[in-house]
Design a protein around this ligand. Structure first.
Ligand SMILES: Cc1cc2nc3c(=O)[nH]c(=O)nc-3n(C[C@H](O)[C@H](O)[C@H](O)COP(=O)(O)O)c2cc1C
Length: 365
């Protein structure tokens, strides 16, 4: 049976369901055009804002590695290690909208068939701030952006009305989405933070505001580890650290847990899965839970900055898996395992006696 890797997601056609996530791999025109040449189905630009940002005076991202023969976890470069995670405290693009506008137009003219999603971010504390979302949205779509992704999830924002601080407030999520939808002529994806009690609540806010899809997830709030020799955090500026975001292999199980909640709560809505994807077996988790696209960041950063080899493996892995199972398109297996995540009491007990979730006399979990 012929296999077709192309997908339609929020009304947009993609040659394949793999996108570069909003991050350093998509921070420049040359990276984005290289990514399209490599064959990525789409890219989400590094988040664009209206005002210049200043990053910390030191490295913005490092990679935590594990050693097979010991329990050591460290960012120190050493041979024979396996990647555990990325840790970053990078802000949004240090280039403002004015820098991006001509580049977005040039990219779209040169690659009309490739999907260009622009990630945008502004404050949300006043009507003026909310209007900034509309300015960003209009400018990007006027240059040909195929969709807008709302960054409601950057984990290291001081302002209480920005980034994941919006994503933690379902009403603000709804308001910002609605404000963008008022001017959007293209699909709007809301990128949520995993750092809340119940991501379904914020997703409901986004959908009530009119979001066409949810992207999940951004990085998990975390700290770098302390070096036992120097007693300093492995990443710091003048000895100081601040909460940053964990990505890469370590977050795959946590991110799919979030996605399972989302996909079960909204089985008919569109989801773009993000977190810990480096090969097709990882992406398959998101597809089987119901995602229509998958985004990659950490693995691509470590593979020639835009992940050409990661993409090759994703495409070959998808092709192979579909042929082996007799599937002709993603729709043949999307969501196939969505209903396998159940409450604890629904899991079979060895003696066959029903466990009632701790409510009955037989005892608690
Ligand atoms: C260095 C770095 C910068 C990032 N910048 C952004 C950003 O500007 N906007 C955004 O929405 N997500 C940003 N992210 C989050 C990624 O898009 C992605 O959600 C996260 O890294 C999880 O995917 P991964 O496990 O494949 O890395 C960034 C991640 C990293 C590592």
């Amino acid at each position: 049976m012929a296999t077709d890797l192309s997908v339609t997601f929020t009304g947009l056609r993609f040659d394949n369901p793999f996108l570069l996530a909003s991050a350093p791999p998509t921070e420049s025109e040359s990276n984005i055009t290289r990514a399209f040449d490599a064959g990525w189905g789409g890219v989400v630009t590094k988040t664009i804002g209206l005002h210049p940002v200043a990053n910390v005076a030191g490295p913005k991202t490092k990679f935590l590695r594990a050693t097979p023969e010991s329990a050591q976890l460290s960012m120190k470069k050493r041979p024979g290690t396996a990647l555990h995670s990325s840790w970053n405290w990078e802000l949004i693009s240090d280039k403002t909208l004015d820098w991006w506008v001509p580049r977005l137009g040039r990219i779209k003219k040169a690659y009309p068939r490739h999907v260009l999603v622009t990630s945008i971010m502004a404050g949300s504390g006043t009507d003026g701030e909310l209007a900034h979302w509309q300015t960003l949205a209009k400018a990007c779509q006027d240059e040909g952006a195929d969709a807008l992704e709302l960054n409601l999830s950057c984990p290291h924002m001081d302002r209480p009305d920005m980034g994941s601080n919006i994503g933690k407030d379902p009403e603000l999520v709804s308001v910002v989405t609605q404000v963008v939808k008022e001017v959007a002529r293209v699909p709007v994806w809301a990128k949520l933070t995993p750092s809340t009690t119940d991501i379904v609540v914020e997703a409901r806010g986004a959908f009530l505001g009119g979001a066409d899809a949810i992207s999940s997830t951004n990085t998990f709030p975390s700290l770098p580890l302390i070096d036992p020799d120097t007693l300093e955090f492995e990443m710091n500026v003048d000895g100081l650290v601040s909460s940053g975001g964990l990505g890469g292999p370590a977050i795959l199980p946590q991110s799919i847990a979030k996605m399972a909640q989302l996909a079960q709560a909204f089985p008919d809505h569109a989801f773009s899965g993000i977190g810990g994807v480096a090969e097709f077996s990882h992406a398959l988790n998101y597809f089987l839970l119901g995602c229509g696209t998958v985004q990659v960041c950490t693995a691509a950063m470590l593979d020639h900055a835009i992940g050409p080899n990661v993409l090759k493996q994703l495409l070959a892995g998808m092709q192979d898996t579909m042929e082996r199972n007799g599937w002709s398109s993603l729709e043949d297996f999307r969501g196939m395992r969505r209903d396998r995540v159940v409450v604890h009491s629904k899991i079979r007990r060895p003696d066959g006696e029903a466990y009632r979730g701790g409510y009955e006399a037989e005892g608690y979990a």
